[in-house]
Ligand binder design. Sequence first.
Ligand SMILES: Cc1ncc(COP(=O)(O)O)c(C=O)c1O
Length: 385
Amino acid sequence: MKLTNKRYYFDYNSSSPLAKSVIEWFASGDFFVTNPNSLHTSGKKSLKYIRETQTYLFDTFQLGATHQVFFHSGATEGINTFVINEISTGDEEKHLILFETDHSSAYKIKNITDQYKINLHLKTLVNSAGELKTDELIRFIKTLKGKIIINYTWVNNETGIIWPLDEAVRIKQATGAFIHVDATQSVCKLKDWNLLSPMLDAYTYSGHKFGALTGVGFSFYKKDYPIKYLVNGAKGVLHGRPGTPNTTGIYSIYLALRETIKKYDHDESLAAINYLKDQLDNLLKNHGYVISKNSLNCCTNTLSLFFNAKKGLDVLNMFDMNGIEVGVGSACSSGILGPNRVLIAYGVDENKSNNSIRFSFETDLTMEKAKTYFEMIKKILLKAF
Ligand SMILES: Cc1ncc(COP(=O)(O)O)c(C=O)c1O
């Protein structure tokens, strides 16, 4: 997508630009200044907009019969809520399974686990194509006693590799584990992205990954789940998460999701991303490769390139100087790149784990756009070698 400052933006997995319908709504000036917890007419109007969003989410994901939803500040809060709930409650022995390929919002929970009486298992368990070795995971879980807690990343933010939801269901059926699905990168990026299994315990999303505002997201969880929120205070009227709900942000989820769904054509985007992967893999030849090229199950907007002898950050800077914005692997909070544990999990040598860049395109990627983008990317990559 071309931004208003004439730069090309290929970093949608970090944050998607606002959906047109959200921008138009802002331009209309009809903001929510009232608190949905207030009992006057204007407060009730805000509440009505949150309810409308809730209903839309239940209709879209068809989980209304088994799950409820709560709005939060984004996937980081959603993931932390469920994992910390599970590791902090109950007297039985507990095992938390996190994967080296998880996003930091789940992975970094490892740093606080010594506050709780639990066993932490950091697992790689992927083959070189990034696919989860489900049978091995199930066999491992069966050697453990007590409660098992798993964060299951549906779509990997760096590589676009999909771990099918059916596999999570299979783990649930075989082991009874509590499974939280990190669904942050799934919206309009794979077939049946909205068909959620009622068997799985919780699902988490962030609005800004599909054109809503940043700082707002939502999670589904089972109706009988005794949720405890990370923040304390007065409960809201709609659901128990304390604090005044961000009505503007929540309604932007409704507008952006509706627009994104209308524009998404799975088959068209899949053909377009596969075209880009083939062309770029050919172009790189002896200089590197497309990271997910051997994976049969990938989403429709993401591709990462590995370079044999170039740092990703250097290549990112070349793109940046040419007006194109791309992403690099695992940036830590200071902005300095540490080793990329996701690529290391796929078998890449630690010293070369930062030799990659990521392109994540708009979800309505078409073949026509892919051809244009390839020519632009090619020009810069040829200069880089
Ligand atoms: C897979 C995945 N999970 C969780 C998150 C955290 O989302 P947020 O930063 O909106 O809290 C991200 C963000 O990039 C992500 O890609």
